[in-house]
Design a protein around this ligand. Sequence first.
Ligand SMILES: Nc1ncnc2c1ncn2[C@@H]1O[C@H](COP(=O)(O)OP(=O)(O)OP(=O)(O)O)[C@@H](O)[C@H]1O
Ligand SMILES: [Mg+2]
Length: 240
Amino acid sequence: MEKIISLEKVAKSFGKLKVLKDVDLSLGRGEILGLLGPSGAGKSTVINVTLGVEKADAGTAYVFGEVMPQRQLLGKMGYMAQSDALYESLTARANLKFFAEMHGISKEGLDEEINRVAEVVSLGKALDQYVFGFSGGMKRRLSLAIALLGNPLLLVLDEPTVGIDPALRRQIWAELHKMKEEGHAILVTTHVMDEAELVDRVALLMGGHVIANDAPKKLEAQYGVPSIEDVFLKAEEELS
Ligand SMILES: Nc1ncnc2c1ncn2[C@@H]1O[C@H](COP(=O)(O)OP(=O)(O)OP(=O)(O)O)[C@@H](O)[C@H]1O
Ligand SMILES: [Mg+2]
């Protein structure tokens, strides 16, 4: 399998706090990897190190075989941060245009592309509204639409479905599965345990390590429990 993301023995501390001790992780084409772990386990830190936003203290993170950040790779990836980074004084459409330009997406066909990604997150009707009037869920959806711009080969989504209603959540997951079938690679963190059943592989981050890394059904069998939620709880119990 072609490796899109590869983390090798990554360690990262903030002051005395050792967040990541020895993290190995990989993501290939046509794969959805769910990164799970308790709040504060370091999921966002894994993403930040992967994207080169934070520098690892030890080990290396590769994206498309390169150490990030690499400007020329931006166009091949879509990133949705845990906290929305949007221009509140602009409309949703203007936000999408701005980020499309930043990612070097060509102006030709951009209007259609904006409509396409807005439809995926059901924001089509709100495109010309100002973001300052958006609800939290609408902002989340706009952030996701921005990450989808240009149909990038790699998607990195940090808690993409927070504040999003069940029906739309399903629609978003259907889109992610479609992209996976087309050969995209998707890294997603979530707190919604039933979403963790929808990924190809769950990486469980606890105590600074990836303590389990397998298909949801395999993890459930390994832990002898019926759901990923139970795997999570049992792993937490075993660690404490
Ligand atoms: N820039 C930073 N400076 C200092 N501490 C940080 C920084 N970034 C993260 N941390 C700390 O590192 C730990 C892991 O944070 P991180 O945001 O990666 O966790 P998380 O697993 O994403 O949590 P959540 O599920 O709540 O989003 C936390 O204790 C956090 O306070
Ligand atoms: Mg986080």
